[in-house]
Design a protein around this ligand. Structure first.
Ligand code: NDP
Length: 468
C-alpha cells in the first residue's frame, strides 16, 4: 500500500492509534514519517506504563536503592562517611516526577514533530474503521481511519483474596505518601522481585511471598536459585510455597494472614501477581475483535486482528510484555502497512533470543535458552558456569557473588543461552545478545580476548564444561 493511495482515501486518517505508550507512540511516529496521516488518542500522560509507572521510575528507584549498598561498601575503600546516610523519600519522589514530566513532554514533542494529530481522551471502537474519543469533559468525537491500532497495554492484576483492596499494585509504589517500614510483596515474577530489592535497598524490611517452589519461574533454574540466595543474603525475606489467605486492616497497618497459618504485620502489601491486557471500554465485543481466554487481543503474524483493518501490539497482545518488543512490533507493523524506509527491507520480528534483565539486586541478564529449555529440545549440550566474588567486593566487604553461565549446543558448538546474575548484568548481556543473534559459537567466544579486570571477561574464559 502506498502513501498516495492512502491520501486519496475517504477516511480522516490512514492510521488511528489508541494508546500513547511505547508501541503506540513508535507506530504513530514512524507511520507519520512515511507520509501517513496519523492520529493518536491517549487519556492519560504520554509514554504509557514504561515511562510513567514501569521501566523508567523503577530503574530510577533502583539506582536510588543501590546507594544504600554503595555507602556501606565505600567504607571498605577507606571512605569515612559523616553520620548515617538517610533517604529523603519526598525528595526522591519529586526528582522522579520532574524527570517523568520531562519525558512526557518529549513524547508529546515526538508526536507534534512527526505531524501526528494528538487527541486527549479515551478511544473506543465504533466499527472496523471508526474510533470514538471521549474527552475528560465527557464530550465525544468520531474519527474514521483506514487502519486502527490498539496499543493500550496492560494493568496490574490482584487475585480475589479477602482484603485484596487493602493491598497496593506497582502503580501505587512510586508515589507512596511515606516509605513503608515493613513491606509484604506477593508474587515472585519480574515486578515482585524488583520491587522487593528496591524497597529493601531504600530501607524497608521486605518479605517476598511466592506460591511456588522458587521465584522467577521461566528463568534458568540455577539463575533462580542463585538470585534468591543473593537477595536473601542482602536481607530480603523470601518465603516460597506461601500465599496470602486474607488481608485485614489494623488501623493504618495491614495484617497479612498466610497459607501456613501464620500472620505478618506490615505497613503496606504489594500484589505483583501479573498484569492483564487493558481493554476496558474499547468495545472489542461490539466490533467482534477476538480475544484469548486471558483477554489478550488475538493477532496474526502482521498484528492484524480477525477484523483486518484493526491491529494490536504490545502488552495488549501479550506475546512478550517488554517495551523493546513493543517497539520492534510497531516497526514491523509500520513497514507492513506503509512500506519500509527507502532502500530497506520490511522489518519482521523474531521472538527468539530476546534479551531481558530483571533489576533485582543483584540484577539478572539473560538471552537465549535456559539449561532446562535446551535439554527439553533434545540434543547434547555443554554447560559452562562460574560463580565468583567480583573484584569490587574483595575490598567492599559485601558477600555478593556473580554467576555467569553458557549453554552450548554440542553438535554445532553454538551458544544457545547466556545468563548472568551480578552487577550490570543487563548492560553486559545486551552486548552478548548481538553475538547470540549472529549465531556465535563457543570457539568464537574462546577466541575473543577478555577485558581485564571485568566480570564480563568470564564469558570468554570459561574453559571446562561443568556438565553435559
Ligand atoms: P509475572 O508474570 O512476571 O509474575 C507474576 C508472579 O505472580 C508470578 O510469580 C506468579 O506465580 C505470581 N502469581 C500470579 N497469580 C497469582 C495468584 N493468583 N496468587 C499468587 N501468586 C500469583 O508478572 P509481573 O506482574 O511481575 O510482570 C508482568 C510482566 O511485565 C512481566 O512478565 C514482564 O514481561 C514485564 N516486566 C518486565 C520488566 C523488565 O523487563 N525488567 C520489569 C517488570 C515487568 P507463578 O510463577 O506461580 O505463576
Amino acid at each position: 500500500m502506498t502513501h498516495s493511495k492512502d491520501s486519496q482515501d475517504a477516511h480522516d486518517f490512514d492510521l488511528f492509534v489508541i494508546g500513547g505508550g511505547s508501541g503506540g507512540v513508535r507506530a504513530a511516529r514512524f507511520a507519520a514519517q512515511r507520509g501517513a496521516r496519523v492520529a493518536l488518542a491517549e487519556s492519560a500522560r504520554m509514554g504509557g506504563t514504561c515511562v510513567n509507572l514501569g521501566c523508567i521510575p523503577k530503574k530510577l528507584y533502583s539506582y536510588a536503592a543501590h546507594y544504600a549498598q554503595g555507602f556501606e561498601e565505600a567504607r571498605g575503600y577507606g571512605w569515612q562517611l559523616p553520620g548515617t546516610p538517610a533517604l529523603d523519600w519526598a525528595a526522591l519522589k519529586a526528582a522522579r516526577a520532574k524527570e517523568i514530566a520531562r519525558l512526557n513532554g518529549i513524547y508529546e514533542g515526538l508526536m507534534s514533530g512527526a505531524g501526528v494529530t494528538r487527541l486527549q481522551g479515551h478511544g473506543s471502537l465504533i466499527d472496523a474503521h471508526t474510533v470514538q474519543v471521549r474527552a475528560a469533559d465527557g464530550s465525544t468525537r468520531r474519527h474514521s481511519a483506514r487502519h486502527i491500532l490498539i496499543a493500550t497495554g496492560s494493568t496490574p492484576f490482584k487475585p480475589e483474596v479477602p482484603g485484596a483492596e487493602l493491598a497496593l499494585t506497582s502503580d501505587d509504589m512510586f508515589d507512596l505518601p511515606s516509605l513503608p517500614r515493613r513491606l509484604v510483596v506477593a508474587g515472585g515474577g519480574y515486578i515482585g522481585c524488583e520491587m522487593a530489592s528496591i524497597f529493601h535497598g531504600l530501607g524497608a524490611q521486605v518479605t517476598l511471598l511466592y506460591r511456588g517452589e522458587q521465584i522467577l519461574r521461566g528463568f534458568d533454574d540455577e539463575v533462580r536459585d542463585f538470585t534468591a540466595a543473593q537477595m536473601r543474603q542482602h536481607g530480603v525475606d523470601i518465603r516460597v510455597q506461601t500465599d496470602i489467605q486474607r488481608i485485614e486492616a489494623v488501623g493504618e497497618q495491614r495484617r497479612v494472614h498466610l497459607s501456613d497459618g501464620s500472620a505478618l504485620q506490615a505497613d503496606a502489601v504489594l500484589y505483583a501477581t501479573g498484569r492483564r491486557p487493558l481493554v476496558d471500554g474499547l468495545n472489542l465485543d461490539g466490533v467482534g475483535v477476538k480475544q484469548s481466554k486471558q483477554g489478550h487481543i488475538e493477532v496474526d503474524g502482521h498484528y492484524a486482528t480477525n477484523v483486518p483493518s484493526i491491529h494490536a501490539l504490545g502488552d495488549v497482545v501479550g506475546r512478550m510484555a517488554l517495551t523493546p518488543v513493543a517497539l520492534a512490533e510497531a516497526m514491523a507493523l509500520v513497514d507492513h502497512l506503509f512500506g519500509p524506509a527507502p532502500g530497506q527491507a520490511a522489518r519482521t520480528l523474531s521472538y527468539e533470543n530476546i534479551p531481558t534483565a530483571v533489576f533485582t539486586h543483584p540484577p539478572i541478564g539473560t538471552v537465549g535458552l535456559t539449561e532446562e529449555q535446551a535439554r527439553q529440545r533434545g540434543g547434547a549440550i555443554r554447560v559452562y558456569r562460574s560463580d565468583f566474588k567480583p573484584l569490587k567486593h574483595t575490598l567492599s566487604g559485601s558477600a555478593e557473588r556473580t554467576l555467569v553461565k553458557l549453554i552450548v549446543d554440542e553438535a554445532s558448538d553454538r551458544v544457545l543461552g547466556l545468563h548472568m546474575v551480578g552487577e550490570d548484568a543487563g548492560e553486559i548481556v545486551q552486548g552478548f545478545a548481538v553475538a547470540l543473534q549472529c549465531g556465535a559459537t563457543k570457539a568464537q567466544f574462546d577466541a575473543t580476548i577478555g577485558i581485564h579486570p571485568t566480570s564480563a571477561e568470564e564469558f570468554v574464559t570459561l574453559r571446562e564444561a561443568a556438565r553435559t
